[in-house]
Design a protein around this ligand. Structure first.
Ligand SMILES: Nc1ncnc2c1ncn2[C@@H]1O[C@H](COP(=O)(O)OP(=O)(O)OP(=O)(O)O)[C@@H](O)[C@H]1O
Length: 383
């Protein structure tokens, strides 16, 4: 008969279990309360949850059971759950903040390597939210660590599109954990409403505070990319965002319709006032692949050329090259999968609309993470 594992072996196995929201090993987060090993190989692990009624308690129980069961000599695993005390939560939140007491926007710090993209549109209904949610899911599927702030207060649809509708984030002390949805770390205005049907009637200053809180009080961890879904138009949120994160780059979504393009160009041109960069333009609902002849025959339902016109107009106004990042065709599947909570890029990655979004996601996540102006902490060699 094999002998039971040692305490060190069990602890090492537990170090492979991450808290699903914080994405760090439970051993590092002080979540392992105790480990008991019987002579017959029965292991009992007590785990602290950050809050009572933690929505991910089953995931944690399953992951701990799997990790410990895999050890040689283990005959059974019992997982018992306890809840952190206020002091433990406070200590954890301080640890996550890296000992830093003052609230700062981590992405606005000069040494931040996170690429921040604010997705804007001139008017509603052009598919900005669908495109943003799909870009986030496509990036996550590519192994990019991505966060999504759904700041579209009036039309917050990211939770539904990512299958996280009705989710409430876990709060540890005064730190908010983003909700994991298809490997995207998600925070939405919807999560802070008393109930789903209450409209959000926040005005300028409240909006600014909400956005600030999403950026300072949410534990994002190290992100490669942060996407922000802005409300349509050139409103308060875009200005607040520029104040909070001047390094955020704008991505403009437009339809091919020339009238829509003019409005979209105006939304992008706000970057001139706020001194931000425009990373590019995405044309959505570009064409309908002909149901009879196939995708080679494009039906231009909403006209054509809008995306290119916005890109050219913004290049002229900003005096910098603003590329057209891609053209996403109309696809009924895109709408359906959004309604059902599975992003189209995951459900049908080969469809032309998905392929276009995967391609745009790669362009945005693989752009050099501009080290310009970033302190590299290199000391000159003593000569
Ligand atoms: N390429 C596409 N093909 C088919 N349907 C699409 C496409 N893009 C978006 N849609 C659908 O169009 C509708 C509007 O999209 P969405 O809500 O993403 O727009 P929006 O610009 O974010 O609007 P708002 O900012 O007003 O919330 C949704 O029903 C969505 O599923």
């Amino acid at each position: 008969m094999t002998s039971p594992p040692t305490n060190e072996q069990v602890t090492e196995a537990l170090a492979g279990v991450q808290d699903p929201e914080i994405r760090r090993p439970i051993t590092e987060l002080g979540m392992v309360k105790s480990v008991d090993i019987d002579a017959d190989g029965r292991v009992r692990v007590e785990v602290y949850l950050t809050i009572a009624g933690c929505p991910l308690r089953e995931t944690i129980t399953r992951d701990v059971t799997n990790a410990v069961s895999a050890l040689e000599g283990v005959t059974a695993v019992d997982v018992e759950l306890d809840v952190m005390s206020d002091e433990q939560r406070k200590a954890l939140s301080e640890q996550l903040r890296g000992g830093q007491k003052q609230r700062e926007v981590p992405f606005a710090q000069p040494d931040s390597l996170t690429r921040v993209y604010a997705v804007a549109s001139g008017k509603g209904g052009v598919g900005k939210s669908s495109v943003t949610a799909n870009l986030a899911a496509a990036m996550a599927a590519d192994g990019v660590t991505v966060g999504l702030v759904d700041a579209d207060i009036y039309g917050h649809s990211a939770p539904r599109m990512l299958g996280a509708e009705g989710s409430r984030p876990t709060v540890v002390d005064d730190m908010i954990m983003p909700v994991p949805a298809h490997d995207v770390k998600l925070i939405s205005t919807e999560m802070f409403k008393p109930d789903r049907d209450t409209p959000v009637a926040w005005r300028g200053p409240m909006l600014h505070r909400a956005l600030q809180q999403f950026l300072t009080d949410v534990f994002w961890g190290d992100l490669d990319v942060l996407l922000l879904d802005l409300p349509p138009g050139t409103g308060d949120v875009a200005i607040s965002l520029a104040q909070l994160m001047p390094n955020a780059e704008i991505v403009v979504v437009s339809t091919p319709q020339l009238a829509a393009a003019e409005v979209a160009e105006r939304a992008g041109a706000i970057a001139i006032q706020t001194h931000q960069q425009v990373a590019g333009v995405i044309e959505n609902m570009s064409y309908m692949p002909c149901p009879h002849c196939g995708p080679e025959h494009r039906l231009d339902l909403f006209g054509s050329g809008g995306g290119r016109q916005v890109a050219q107009g913004l290049s002229r106004r900003l005096g910098a090259d603003v590329p057209l990042l891609g053209e996403i065709p109309l696809d009924i599947g895109l709408r359906e999968s959004g309604d059902l909570g599975t992003p189209f890029v995951l459900k049908d990655p080969e469809a032309p609309a998905s392929a276009a979004m995967h391609d745009i996601a790669r362009q945005l996540s693989h752009r050099g993470r501009g080290l310009e102006g970033v302190s590299l902490n290199i000391q000159p060699a003593a000569g």
